[in-house]
Design a protein around this ligand. Structure first.
Ligand code: 2P0
Length: 319
């Protein structure tokens, strides 16, 4: 007979994160091992709260923003398969309640914060008491970018060399940057047609241009380390913007082509470039969707709001 291990209720929070050097492409699709290292900044209070309640039964119940999902729904299955890593062969089922306080309109992925919060909650519920590096490795198996959401501030995801992935996890950088701001520009809040998982796989398999990506990402990563150490905002912004556009170039060069931009995305990029020509230090980054994330400093916030009135701003290092 299977042993039912004692478990308790638990509740945890993890922040969302925005990559300045992107994760795009896997060398192992089972373990979510990346082809390149990435670097992100965590979004302070914007993220996911996840509560776990042990239940009787043979199946997990998954609730997202107050609504129960069908057991067959894609997100439910991903969550249950992730809990399997912890459950192993024990009869151990949970009601999983996840609430994202990320304005859904901002079009931010919630899988990173969701799997990071779920990992932290499982660590508590099962009294595992694992160190944060181990938790980051586990979160990575749920969703690659979740390994960065285990930490606050700037975080590097070291790609690692091992086949078992035990050296591929997030590491927080020991640098703060007061006044560093991120602005969320909503272009379209609708669900994207191609998720990151299949999008990056398609790019790796079909885009010749992808061959240049690992080199570009490695160079950008070291530039970002320098920019952060020296608080060189122009270097950080330029590197992040070029990195995001390079990632999108590889997607566009895939077959069938993968273009996440909408006409309004391009219009917003052109607005950023115009503002920069006028002397305003603002840069953008974009993920696998049509929305822009602006990078700027607190002293320019009011000026920027005149041009992007609906901008939702976050200060990753507090006020
Ligand atoms: C990033 N993205 O570094 C990049 C940039 C999207 C574009 O990490 O398959 O949801 O679960 O490992 O983590 C989104 O990819 O993909 C992502 P899986 P994930 O933020």
């Amino acid at each position: 007979p299977k042993v039912v291990k004692a478990s308790a209720s638990a509740e945890q929070f993890a922040p969302s994160n925005i990559a300045l050097c992107k994760y795009w492409g896997k060398r192992d699709t089972e373990l979510n091992l990346p082809i390149n290292a990435s670097l992100s900044v965590s979004l302070d209070y914007l993220g996911s709260h996840t509560r776990l309640i042990p239940i009787e039964g043979q199946v997990d119940e998954v609730w997202l923003n107050g609504q129960q999902l069908q057991p067959g729904a894609k997100f439910s299955r991903k969550v249950s398969e992730f809990i399997d890593l912890f459950r192993r062969d024990q009869l151990l089922y949970f009601r999983v309640e996840t609430r994202n306080n990320i304005p859904t309109a901002a079009g931010l992925a919630s899988s990173a914060s969701g799997f990071a919060a779920l990992t932290l909650a499982l660590n508590d519920a099962l009294a595992l008491d694992l160190p944060s590096e181990h938790l980051s490795i586990l979160a990575r198996m749920g969703s690659g970018s979740a390994c960065r959401s285990l930490f606050t501030g700037f975080v590097e995801w070291e790609m690692g060399q091992r086949e078992d992935g035990l050296d591929s996890h997030g590491i927080p950088l020991d640098h703060h940057w007061p006044g560093f701001c991120i602005g969320l520009v909503e272009i379209d809040a609708g669900e994207k047609a191609t998720d990151s998982r299949s999008g990056m796989q398609r790019t790796v398999e079909t885009a010749h241009l992808y061959q240049s990506w690992p080199l570009q990402a490695a160079a950008d990563l070291s530039r970002l380390h320098q920019a952060i150490a020296e608080r060189d905002f122009a270097l950080l912004g330029q590197t992040a913007e070029q990195n995001a556009l390079s990632m999108h170039a590889t997607m566009i060069a895939s077959w069938p082509p993968l273009l996440y931009w909408q006409p309004d995305s391009v219009a917003a990029m052109q607005k950023v470039w115009r503002l920069r020509e006028q002397g305003l230090p603002v840069y953008f980054t974009m993920d696998a969707g049509p929305n822009l994330k602006l990078l700027f400093q607190r002293e320019d916030r009011d000026t920027l709001l005149q041009h992007f009135p609906d901008l939702e701003t976050v200060e990753p290092f507090g006020h």
